[in-house]
Design a protein around this ligand. Structure first.
Ligand SMILES: C[S@@+](CC[C@H](N)C(=O)[O-])C[C@H]1O[C@@H](n2cnc3c(N)ncnc32)[C@H](O)[C@@H]1O
Length: 257
């Protein structure tokens, strides 16, 4: 079975380069988060130079989107001497632009070792932590982080996995700390092509990281169950920061002080 579906959300952010050729041999299940993400990156690596593959594999638009992500965490209150946890840090699209500004702590982690190694190299911050994990969980102590961000990560998880991660985020946040997450939703017409591409992939029995839509009502229920307050929802097209809009919707949650 062919293994490859370009990450469909890429369409929101940039013109997609040609997809890498399919790899052969027993593709993993889309629900095996580690295996499917590692295999996806291996497929990309097989078709372009390593550094380029690292940027392509996490959705490209590296400088543009990275600049937006860095501006967003600042906009939503990350202190310059604060502690940011970057879940699914990928190849360092956020870590790189943040490295020149954030004087405080940073933990970035992901399932894919190659991506984490690249992020660590380009961030060039020996004082920051980069980790590889195997499934779901934040490798950090309770109650220390000022902010936990999920940029285009819950877009690839089942609802129960997203809830699990929000539970983890709440655990590691300080009282008053915030969660910033991006998501795909059916109320946004601009997200429909992603669903259609995902449907086409399903019909073709393509195995790839999942694309999952997460509606606001689900996030409201998750927030209520986890005793998190909703700071705001923003549409994908909103210009929240001058650097531009992500395309994905945003949700900001807060742990009670
Ligand atoms: C679309 S990329 C976004 C990367 C990064 N957040 C950014 O905006 O550049 C999604 C990333 O989430 C990672 N990922 C997927 N499931 C994960 C999980 N359960 N835990 C940690 N990272 C995960 C993938 O390996 C991939 O690097």
């Amino acid at each position: 079975m062919a293994f490859h579906l370009r990450r469909a959300w890429r369409a929101l952010w940039s013109d997609p380069p040609a997809p890498p050729p399919p790899t052969a041999d027993a593709p993993p299940s889309s629900r095996d988060l580690k295996a499917v993400n590692v295999a996806y990156v291996e497929g990309v690596k097989a078709s372009m130079p390593h550094a380029r593959a690292m940027e392509y594999a996490i959705g490209d638009g590296f400088e543009l989107i990275g600049g937006m992500e860095a501006a967003l965490v600042r906009h939503y209150g990350l202190p310059q001497d604060g502690y940011l946890v970057d879940v699914g840090c990928g190849a360092g699209r956020l870590a790189k632009p943040l490295s020149a500004w954030l004087k405080g702590r940073y933990l970035g982690f992901d399932l894919v070792p190659d991506l984490v190694a690249h992020a660590q190299t380009i961030a060039a911050r020996p004082d920051w932590r980069f980790e590889v994990i195997d499934h779901i969980g934040i490798p950090a102590a309770d109650g220390q982080a000022d902010m936990v961000c999920f940029f285009s990560v819950l877009t690839h998880l089942l609802h129960e996995q997203s809830y699990w991660y929000l539970e983890e985020a709440r655990r590691v946040l300080k009282p008053g700390g915030r969660i910033v997450l991006s998501f795909l939703e059916f109320r946004e017409p601009g997200h429909l092509p992603i669903f259609q591409a995902t449907l086409a992939g399903a019909k073709a029995q393509v195995v790839a990281p999942m694309n999952v839509f997460l509606e606001r009502v689900a996030l409201e229920v998750f927030a209520r169950e986890l005793n998190l307050s909703i700071v705001e929802f923003r549409d994908g097209g909103d210009h929240i920061v001058p650097e531009g809009n992500l395309g994905q919707a945003l949700c900001v949650l807060e742990k009670p002080a």
